[in-house]
Design a protein around this ligand. Sequence first.
Ligand code: FAD
Length: 345
Amino acid sequence: MESILFLAHTEADGTLAKSALETLGAARTLAAALPGATLIAGLAGAQLQPAAGQIAGCGATRFLGATGPDFGFPRYGSDVAAAEAIARAAAATLVVAPATSRWNRALAGAAQRLAGRIDAHVTGVAVANGQPSASRWYYRQRMEGTLTRTARPWILLLEPGCAPPWAGAPGQPDIEVVPVALTAAHRRTTVTGVKAPPADEQTIRPDARLLFVAGAGWTKKQPDGQAHAIEAERLILEFLRRTQASLGSTKSLVDLSGEGQAVLSCLSHLNQVGQTGSTPRHPKGLATCCHGEEPHTVGWRFIPERRAINLNPSCGWAQGKADVLYVADAFAVLRRVNELLAARG
Ligand SMILES: Cc1cc2nc3c(=O)[nH]c(=O)nc-3n(C[C@H](O)[C@H](O)[C@H](O)COP(=O)(O)OP(=O)(O)OC[C@H]3O[C@@H](n4cnc5c(N)ncnc54)[C@H](O)[C@@H]3O)c2cc1C
């Protein structure tokens, strides 16, 4: 019989993030489908009551926690020790955890210490023939594989956006504090602060409803014989500010900076979508000034509704892969769209 541990870390305010609640939903699916399985909640954080209260009604039989100032920030040494201690206290055979940067870094080490196995980038869990299975994509999201393992404990890191977040009645469950013996070596790293761009400069927004992909056409010579990169940047940033869309880019556009050409300063390689970039999950996508296969196929692999703006009516990828192709000047379209958005207030 499986002992399923939902393992999450809290956010700065002590609550659980959406990705953790999605993972809890997946852990509950496994617990419901595996005969005799138990569900245990394991939490790590500076304070645990807000998070435990949030998921009080999730059906967990126990709430285990590693708590204290040492667990209030991401640090490999203390995180791996906390995960190991909680998994041992739960006698976990399956550990389902959100694929946050914090857990992605620490849980492989926990698997090693527990003599278990780990699979990252999991996009779904299921039960077939009484056995739990995990699915994930291979070869840059072109092939989906389903795998099972006999080794236990088996740790699964679930990607965000792959399951509906669990929601239920709050409460005040009792938390069993799990002792974690930390030595000076665990505490060798000290987090002194976080440097991040202001929220309105942050252009990658995984939860946005729209992914706006900018292609190299934004920096190319336009019908007047001139490039208009500064205006392009202004139009794109205004559009992003008004819609709170997430900004993706083609490889050609981010690579231009290395060639000393006019570029959009708001872009970095982190914005790149495609085979050698990311494959984000947003309900809608709008590709602008893109010709390539990448933005229209691989980068959009998980975007259900896709539109493109291109001057070239023969752009084969836009015709073949976009649901709607606007044959138009993206500068003119965005200027007008921004006006309409401004008028809406
Ligand atoms: C191994 C490998 C990996 C790769 N990985 C990636 C990847 O991860 N991501 C990626 O993006 N690419 C990747 N590429 C490159 C990819 O195949 C394409 O070359 C690239 O995506 C093309 O970029 P683009 O569409 O921005 O630029 P272009 O091909 O230069 O297209 C510009 C487009 O803008 C249009 N345009 C110009 N002005 C306007 C205007 N005013 N209004 C509307 N449209 C306008 C033009 O008609 C044209 O269609 C990879 C290539 C290789 C070989």
